[in-house]
Design a protein around this ligand. Structure first.
Ligand SMILES: NC(=O)c1ccc[n+]([C@@H]2O[C@H](COP(=O)([O-])OP(=O)(O)OC[C@H]3O[C@@H](n4cnc5c(N)ncnc54)[C@H](OP(=O)(O)O)[C@@H]3O)[C@@H](O)[C@H]2O)c1
Length: 156
């Protein structure tokens, strides 16, 4: 099972440089409640950005896969993925894809579940989630707050 989890604004914006364009604590707590201790896949940019926040503390996941096309890149405690498509095709794990923009785009065709936090409002940035064909998914859960509409979509 492959789940993508992300937050985006009304224009599909997900990032500004190596940062998230907003700071919404309730969404961060929601994200953590889903991904803590889980097997996650992320791109190397997102990994280094998270390391910047966590500094010497371990990242709060179970197994961590980091995708890169830099075959010389090795990170302690992390499994490197150099061929992302074949990894996704052969995945048997309960895998959470946690970004960033490039990795979401490549992973989207393989996603069984989309955990989308629709952040209300418009922000500035330069990394976008691709267009999603929602006819391929069913909305199975949602929770609306002042700041965010939390949703779960499952593939038909
Ligand atoms: N809003 C959210 O929920 C959310 C969540 C996470 C991250 N983000 C944001 O997303 C942004 C980062 O996204 P990003 O696209 O810059 O970086 P990224 O997705 O974290 O990492 C992309 C990396 O994947 C590598 N890659 C590309 N194709 C590959 C393939 N076929 N196999 C293996 N590796 C491959 C690229 O290598 P090369 O560099 O060598 O091309 C690149 O370094 C930041 O702004 C971050 O804040 C947002």
């Amino acid at each position: 099972m492959i789940s993508l989890i992300w937050a985006m604004d009304k224009n599909n914006l997900v990032g500004k440089g190596d940062k998230i364009p907003w700071h919404i604590k309730e969404d961060l707590l929601y994200y953590k409640s889903k991904t803590n201790g889980q097997t996650v896949l992320m791109g190397d940019q997102t990994y280094f950005s998270l390391k910047g926040y966590y500094k010497d503390k371990p990242l709060p996941y179970g197994k961590i896969y980091v995708a890169t096309i830099d075959k010389n890149l090795k990170i302690d405690g992390v499994t490197m993925i150099y061929d992302l498509v074949s990894f996704l095709e052969n995945n048997k794990d309960d895998l959470w894809v946690v970004g960033g923009a490039t990795i979401y785009k490549i992973s989207l065709p393989y996603a069984d579940r989309l955990y989308i936090s629709f952040v209300k409002g418009e922000y500035e940035g330069d990394r976008y989630f691709p267009q999603i064909d929602f006819s391929k998914y069913n909305l199975v859960w949602e929770n609306d707050t002042d700041k965010v509409r939390y949703t779960l979509f499952e593939r038909n």
